[in-house]
Design a protein around this ligand. Structure first.
Ligand code: LRH
Ligand code: MN
Length: 430
């Protein structure tokens, strides 16, 4: 039997934190009431909010230079699911995980589904991987996958994506995320039109194999690992593909996949407008696709994105049903701590957007009272909604202070004993 944090341990810790929380919650409740906002309505929505954990994020990540594994590294998907369950046990915000194949490949997916169910973890979108060659794989994806010049390579990549759908069906997933590294490093290396034709042809074959209640999420990325052109480089290209494929094809926004300073919340608003927003890979970045902890660099940007999401929900935007997932690489922190903190930062942006005084903002916008509009917008962002987030956790039998509870549980030390360290250092994101 492997170590699990007991519910009693969490309850015991909450008993000492509860009085201070009750005081802070009551004070915030009075403050919001003065602003005409019912805190209970916000807390209920936050408690129902969920974001999926990337299975590839619970192990220590790395860069092309190096990866410094920590103690108790998960050895495979079963260990990863244990860690995902611990993140949800303490935050009550992450009931599902998003698996990646073949990184999470097993021989018996029914056994995996049972194991996850017993841990209380479900499966969100499955991710395919045609950006790496598997040992002994021929032909290679060196020069592309779904858009490779050779039909045999495209067919191989299509077959892998269809296999991911079949695996996902066994796990209870309802979506496939397709991110491809396909692109070029030099002008002239590839025909920018033909590769898009091959993309549509390949995705068409995958789309045809989607079960009726499934969706396919197309993930755009400006660059890396291709450094001159990327086939699906921006939201416009992704939208062109999604619109040509059909209603089950949608556009996934990974926050780190844009040029610096791009107005991502406006991209979100445009995709919602045409009912093509798949959802998100949340993370943060200062320069490139840094995959840093969500809300760690630019929490105001995350708030601005959630403002568009809450606004869309409030006006009942057609087809608005985004999938929320984290996609991060934890190179210097305990991945479990980073994922818990990140899930909470996503909830924070949501709660801040929920308390924004929308009628007053609309009036200020209509009247072009620029300063008043800014103040109303900022007032929501600068409100410390931490008591709402903690109270939502407490009511869900999660930890009022997840990171403190996690550290006090010595979960990592227990896992270091149970999971012998893999020998040798390596590099790369996982
Ligand atoms: C590509 C990406 C994609 C995943 C990978 C791990 O940068 O964001 O979503 O497949 O990271
Ligand atoms: Mn991503």
């Amino acid at each position: 039997m492997t170590f699990r944090i007991s519910a009693d341990f969490v309850a015991e810790r909450n008993r000492s934190d509860a009085p201070a929380l009750a005081e802070d919650y009551a004070a915030l409740s009075r403050q919001l009431a003065r602003r005409g906002i019912d805190i209970e309505a916000v807390t209920a929505k936050v408690a129902a909010f969920a974001v999926a954990v990337p299975t590839w994020g619970v192990g220590t990540g790395g860069t092309r230079f190096a990866r410094f594994p920590g103690p108790g590294e998960p050895r495979g998907i079963f260990d990863k699911l244990e860690d995902c369950a611990t993140i949800h046990q303490l935050t009550r915000a992450t009931p599902t995980c998003s698996p990646h194949f073949p990184w999470d490949k097993v021989s018996d997916y029914r056994e995996l589904a049972e194991f996850a169910k017993a841990l209380g973890v479900g499966f969100d979108a499955v991710n395919s991987n045609t950006f790496q060659d598997q040992p002994g794989q021929t032909p290679s994806y060196k020069f592309g996958s779904l858009t490779h010049s050779l039909k045999a390579v495209r067919d191989q990549a299509v077959a892998h994506n269809i296999e991911c759908i079949e695996i996902g069906e066994k796990l209870g997933s309802k979506a496939l995320t397709v991110w491809i590294a396909d692109g070029s490093n030099f002008p002239g290396q590839s025909n920018l039109n033909r590769v898009f034709d091959w993309y549509l042809e390949s995705l068409g074959s995958i789309y045809a194999r989607l079960p009726s209640d499934w969706r396919v999420f197309l993930e755009h990325k400006l660059y890396e690992p291709a450094f001159y052109s990327t086939v699906i480089s921006d939201w416009g290209t992704s939208l062109m593909a999604a619109q040509s494929l059909g209603p089950k094809a949608l556009c996934l926004v990974d926050l780190g996949h844009h040029a610096p300073n791009v107005n991502i919340e406006q991209i979100v608003a445009r995709l919602i407008r045409v009912g093509k927003l798949a959802g998100f890979h949340f993370n943060d970045s200062k320069y490139g696709d840094d995959d840093l902890d969500t809300g760690s660099i630019d929490p105001f940007r995350l708030f601005r994105v959630f403002n568009e999401l809450v606004d869309a929900g409030a006006r009942g935007a057609p087809g608005f049903n985004p999938a929320y997932m984290l996609d991060q690489s934890h190179n210097v922190t305990d991945p479990i701590e980073s994922l818990m903190a990140s899930a909470i930062e996503v909830q924070r942006a949501y709660a801040q957007a929920l308390i924004l005084d929308r009628p007053a903002l609309e009036a200020a916008q209509e009247g072009n009272d620029v300063m008043l509009a800014q103040r109303i917008f900022k007032a929501a962002f600068v409100t410390d909604v931490s008591p709402i987030l903690a109270e939502a956790r407490r009511r869900g039998d999660g930890a009022i202070d997840p990171i403190a509870a996690y550290r006090a549980s010595n979960y990592r030390a227990h896992k270091a004993e149970e999971r012998p360290a893999a020998s040798g250092s390596s590099s790369g994101i996982v």
